[in-house]
Design a protein around this ligand. Structure first.
Ligand code: NAD
Length: 702
């Protein structure tokens, strides 16, 4: 038995203790030890019951991700083999759970006959979040313990329950008071004393409220409506149905069959891709992991508006003190009041303690005195989006800030190299492009200027992780990775309206496909004036810029979206639900007349292809220019910043799953259609397609 598992006997109770940091992953170091411990206990006539326990931090987080895709993950004994051995035990086995029991970890606990948990322990089967289902009997055992409705809810949401909630639904037999191991041993002794013996979950019946068929029909209809083509929840439902209708071993077969369908499906592959893509973004080929970083212990944020406030919150949330600078007291007061209101909301929902809010607020030092920030290790500006304003500010910062301070800009559209050139220390200048609301959104585009120092990049990446963002490095270009692609996506959305779609039709098609919301709804949320301003600039900067003017026609009427109560849709006061507006139909009809377009009927698959293939084609151009380092980085931008459905893996991964040749053929078709001239096929996309390759092949060469 390895050190990771220890075996001891106390007062006739065998204790199997697991210790495989960080999360007690059920890898090849734990599984044999658990199996051996059970065999030893079974063989010892002086042992009457078994307790299995993890550490205070974790009973077990499930499979060991470090062994994913290695032979170790399937080495005997596997978790199902351990679960089967648990079922064969003739002595009662008690799981003593602290911290969390997730996935395979909870399946191990469900193989036990009884469960005792420390207060606040988190229990769950989150496999659905990776597009799969619990594959070691979890779908058969959990409903037998908590009933069909609760089991289905836990497994299709992937959400955890606390020990107390678990006790209420029967998942936990006792919530431990005081020391967990002592409680579990006492519990085991009581079971023995009362002669209760083993209680095999496999022998139990699943409780269903009312008629089983009616229950599953209703649940299926609900899942079909909400899962929008994501297959795992329906497969989980199939397993729970099997748990109700079939003997345990037959149910297990059904679980294995459905598990395999999901593992082989693109959706779970996409989610696994996302899992690994996230771990790639901070790997920069010419900036090795041991690049020295500058310490970032004190920050300054300039501008207490929408973005400055959110950025400040992200910093103080992890204990980094921030000096928040404004030009006028009123703006500073407004900014602070918004931050306070945001925290107070979280406190009122019970998700933050008042004391923590007070501590965070105390880390913010508001000031109108710019020179006071001189000792900050990083200063992030979030002032108005105007080059003259930014240049003037950076000149000031250059004069004020201590040597070695990092000077960061939150600009969304301006040239970071030009901003850097306005200082005498361009090596210290970098872009930190946060997304709104900056305290919530996980994406952080880090814009590497041509002069940005490697240590500055490494330090900013480390800061990004520290403030719990997904930092993705982008080169300097108009719109960086995310907004540059978004421009092409929006361009097609508008052209589709020119040609015959209603805003609702475009939004519904892409929403059903999986995007968090459609482009027109998104525009209304972000404010239509912002895109309008950018387009007006583009018309001047790029005379060949082709974009439908339908968006301008809407914005010209003062219809800026939610903030003005109308945009592409109507909004009732204080509401965010888009309502169809006949006035918009009229504006669109007039515009079609203006440009001489006879509307045609357009089906959903054309809408989806045009929107998504526009993203893919621009993504390929971005890769070719080296603006993004790898296709998986582009995927992370879309997955974490733009509501791209995780189970489709991001635009570039999605392109791989449908085949690049198919994308190229479709684009060639679009070139012959309405405004076909905007479809400039990316040479990289064309080349990869011709060679039968994917963007994964491109990434593999990095
Ligand atoms: P905002 O208008 O809400 O806030 C800007 C704040 O900066 C104002 O409070 C203003 O008083 C202050 N300010 C202006 N000049 C200043 C100066 N010289 N010194 C100190 N304070 C000054 O704007 P915002 O939406 O927060 O945008 C800020 C920046 O972030 C812009 O560059 C914008 O492009 C970028 N950005 C915005 C978003 C978004 O969704 N709003 C997203 C990403 C990036």
């Amino acid at each position: 038995m390895s050190d990771a598992v220890t075996y001891s006997v106390r007062d006739g109770i065998a204790v199997i203790a697991m210790n495989n940091p960080p999360v007690n992953g059920l890898g090849s170091v734990l599984r044999p030890g658990i199996m051996a411990g059970m065999q030893q206990a079974e063989a010892d006539p002086n042992v009457h019951a078994i307790v299995i326990i993890g550490t205070a931090k974790a009973f077990s987080g499930g499979a060991d991700i470090r062994e994913f895709n290695t032979p170790k993950s399937t080495m005997s004994p596997t978790l199902p083999e351990i679960n089967e051995a648990q079922d064969r035990l003739n002595k009662p086995m008690v799981a003593a759970i602290a911290g969390f029991a997730l996935g395979g970890g909870l399946e191990l606990a469900l193989g036990c006959h009884y469960r005792v948990a420390a207060s606040k322990t988190q229990l769950g089967l989150p496999e659905v979040k990776l597009g799969i289902l619990p594959g070691s009997g979890g779908t058969q055992r959990l409903p037998r313990v908590v009933g069909a409705a609760e089991g289905l809810k836990m497994m299709t949401s992937g959400n955890t329950v606390t020990a107390e909630q678990g006790k209420a639904v029967g998942l936990i037999d006792a919530v431990a008071e005081g020391d967990l191991l002592e409680s579990a041993i006492a519990f085991a002794k009581k079971i023995v004393a009362e002669g209760k013996g083993v209680r095999r979950i496999r022998d139990m019946k699943v409780h269903v409220d009312g008629d089983a068929k009616a229950f599953f029909d209703k649940a299926r209809a609900e899942i079909e409506k909400t899962s929008r083509g994501f297959p795992a929840p329906l497969q989980i439902l199939g397993c729970v149905e099997a748990a109700v209708n079939l003997p345990f071993d037959e149910g297990r077969k059904e679980e294995r069959r459905r598990f395999q369908i999901l593992v082989d499906g693109t959706e779970s592959k996409a989610l696994r891709h996302m899992f690994f893509a996230e771990r790639q973004t901070s790997k920069i080929p010419d900036v090795p992991e041991d690049t020295p970083t500058r310490k970032i212990e004190r920050a300054a944020v300039i501008g207490a508006g929408t973005m400055g406030g959110g950025i400040t919150m992200s910093m103080v949330n992890v204990g980094i003190p921030v000096m928040l600078v404004e030009t006028e007291q009123a703006a500073l007061d407004r900014g602070l009041a918004t931050i306070k209101k945001n925290y107070a909301n979280t406190v009122s929902k019970g998700r933050l303690k008042q004391a923590d809010m007070d501590q965070r607020m105390a880390l913010i030092t508001p000031t109108l005195d710019m020179p006071a920030i001189k000792d900050a290790d990083i200063v992030i500006e979030a002032v108005f989006e105007r080059m003259d304003v930014k240049v003037e500010l950076f000149k000031k910062l250059d004069a004020i800030m201590k040597p070695g301070a990092i000077l960061a800009t939150n600009t969304s559209t301006l040239d970071v190299d030009a901003i850097a050139a306005s200082t005498k220390r361009p090596q210290d200048v970098i872009g930190t492009h946060f997304f709104s609301p900056a305290n919530v959104m996980r994406l952080l585009e880090i814009v590497r200027g041509k002069a940005t120092g490697k240590d500055v990049l490494a330090s900013t990446l480390a800061l990004g992780k520290k403030i719990k963002k997904v930092p993705v490095v982008s080169g300097v270009c108009d719109g960086f990775i995310g907004n540059r692609i978004l421009e092409k996506y929006g361009q097609q959305a508008y052209f589709l309206i020119d040609e015959g779609c209603s805003p609702r039709q475009v939004d519904t098609a892409i929403y059903q496909w999986g995007m968090a919301m459609g482009p027109l709804t998104m525009g209304d949320m972000a404010g239509l004036d912002i895109g309008w301003e950018i387009r007006k600039r583009r018309y001047i900067e790029r005379p060949n810029f082709v974009y439908s003017k339908i968006g301008d026609r809407i914005a010209e009427l003062g219809r800026f979206g939610q903030k003005t109560g109308k945009g592409w849709y109507l909004y009732e006061a204080g509401q965010r639900t888009p309502i169809d507006d006949p006035a918009v139909d009229q504006i669109i009809a007039n515009y079609r007349k203006e440009i001489g377009v006879q509307p045609r009927s357009i089906n959903d698959s054309e809408i989806i292809e045009r929107l998504i293939y526009a993203m893919i084609n621009e993504g390929a151009a971005i890769l070719e220019e080296g603006i993004a380092l790898r296709a998986s980085d582009i995927d992370m931008v879309y997955l974490t910043g733009y509501g791209f459905p995780a189970y489709r893996g991001g635009p570039m991964f999605y392109a791989n799953t449908i085949g690049l040749d198919k994308v190229v053929a479709a684009i060639k078709g679009f070139q012959k259609g309405y405004q076909g001239g905007v479809w400039k096929l990316s040479p990289l996309l064309e080349k990869l397609a011709a060679e039968g390759k994917t963007f994964a092949d491109f990434d593999a060469k990095k």
